[in-house]
Design a protein around this ligand. Structure first.
Ligand code: DX5
Ligand code: ZN
Length: 213
């Protein structure tokens, strides 16, 4: 399995070291959770934080935009060093237009669906999407319980991706540990995002375990 540690669960006092450990443990990418206090009831990191991470690592950075207006800020997130922008289909924007704009400006993107959103809503946007991210918690906070119904979405999305010969990677985010990660792997996920599980223990061991699922 590919693993993407969610950095907001890291020990922020030792951020540089924590990122380096995620890298040397063989993470696929680093997952950066941006929240604006509107789209979700929480505030986290922004441009400067991402720029600081970019300065200190060559890792692939995926920026999960849990913000109301990604159309207003996408460019600054690209300029801060994000490799891939993860855009929610629930954002109050014209999704297809924004994705086209990001692509036109040389950026890569993924499409995200919340637990209450049918996964089919992402399908019209998958052709050039690097990632389809299925949320397995209601976004806003780390450390929540995995929502089992998201497994069915993975199965459905995997079938769609296969049937249409797409290269889109299927990712899952929220409540992932050794048990739920295994279920997600069996249901067809390619990438496991994990925050509290990885950073509550020995980072290298947790990442190695998730990779082996
Ligand atoms: C939830 C975020 C997740 C979260 C993952 O709003 O998008 O990326 O931080 O944390 P865990 O793995 O603890 O659920
Ligand atoms: Zn996330």
């Amino acid at each position: 399995m590919l693993v993407s540690p969610s950095i907001i669960s890291a020990d922020m006092g030792n951020l540089k070291d924590q990122v380096a450990r995620c890298d040397s443990a063989g993470s696929y990418s680093l997952h950066l959770d941006v929240m604006d206090g509107h789209f979700v009831p929480n505030l986290t990191i922004g441009f400067d934080f991402i720029r600081a991470i970019r300065k200190n690592t060559g890792m692939k950075l995926e920026t999960h935009l849990m913000i109301d207006r990604p159309d207003r800020y996408y460019r600054r997130f690209m300029e801060s060093g994000s490799d891939t922008l993860l855009i929610h289909v629930e954002s109050p924007i014209v999704t297809g237009e924004l994705l086209k704009t990001i692509q036109g400006e040389g950026g890569k993107y993924g499409v995200v669906v919340n637990p209450e959103t049918p996964v089919e809503r992402s399908f019209p946007f998958l052709e050039n999407a690097e990632i389809l991210l299925v949320m397995s918690v209601h976004p806003g906070f780390s450390g929540q319980k995995f929502i089992q119904e998201s497994l069915g979405k993975l199965v459905e999305a995997r079938k769609y991706i296969k049937d249409h010969g797409l290269k889109t990677l299927l990712e899952i985010d929220g409540g992932i540990n050794d048990v739920t990660g295994k279920m997600a792997a069996d249901a067809g996920a390619d990438i496991l995002v994990s925050g509290s599980y990885i950073f509550s223990g020995v980072i290298e061991e947790k990442i190695a375990l998730l990779k082996s699922l």
